[in-house]
Ligand binder design. Sequence first.
Ligand code: NAG
Length: 357
Amino acid sequence: MKRIIAGLSLFVASARAGTVLWSGIFNSSATVANFDKWSWSNQIPPYQWYIHGSGPTSEYLALSPSYKNPADTSDAQGIKITIDGTAFWNGQTMERSEIIPQASASLGTGHLYYHFSLMTSTTNPPNPGFEHQIAFFESHFTEIKYGLISGEAGTTDNLLRWDVGGVTQWSTQLKAGNWYNFAYDIDFSGGTIGLWASSGSAPLTQVVAGVKGSPSTNSADWHIGQLRLPNGGTNAAPEDWYWSGIFVEQAPITTSIAGPQPGAGGGGGGGGTPTTTPAPPKTTTTTPPKSTTKPPTTSSAPPTSASSKPVTTSSTAPGPTQTHYGQCGGNGWTGPTVCASPYTCTVVSGPYYSQCL
Ligand SMILES: *[C@@H]1O[C@H](CO)[C@@H](O)[C@H](O)[C@H]1NC(C)=O
């Protein structure tokens, strides 16, 4: 009887949680080498990986059970994302290391929660003299930022802030070693964005109710990672940010930091996971990348001045349109295929990738 009740309450708890539309949760088999298997001609979930510098992937990404929020028992590992003096992508002057959902579901309709947890350390801490754009969408309708914002007075700013359309709605002093848990509360139909947040193992609570904004995404432009603006200077010192609990769900929200599949990650913090022999990593040689794998050379450069000016989507076209540099076609593409005026959808990489240019 007791067991039945326990089972029932478990069922009720899981039935109450939202449906996960895309999961970036890392199980114990996840490896950094998997990121390199993704390409424009081999768009495998869960992550796109093309916005990074010229070094090997292992210079910018690392997975470990010690890189996740210990209260998150869905992830077996967290990811360390690094930017450094080589992290220039595509000839840009910004340091960038970003992973992006490779999703099959639409991540831009209805009422969704975009979840992630963040931590920094006293080792390779972020430089407060530079503007960092974190967990942002290409149109920058909402994002986390850190550091001295472009145009801000002074030389450093230790604020971790949450913006809607370039206007800060919530902020806190960034403390090394503290896990910050967030969920963007995005009502794509109602045009509002709110924030749920907590620290450490505390469940998420709503810290800002939905504010009016212009939420939109092509389901492949949520940039999880760091973009650091040069702010007129340079500093090649590496910066590490730790991430876990990354997933997108439909309302209602999962507030527990244990995540969408509590216990799946194997024992909250790493102890006691039975070591079953992991499947041998697939040899990369079996899937040679097609010769057309080069990423589009001009794709998705966010405007350098995105920080200050909210993107204006004033004239609302019927149906979603893609923004400048956004993807508008290619094999398996399910996002918008119409470009915002005056851009046209242009084939950039054979059948694999078309872009609004
Ligand atoms: C681990 O995660 C990957 C990527 O999400 C998935 O393809 C794989 O099947 C998972 N492995 C196990 C053992 O669950």
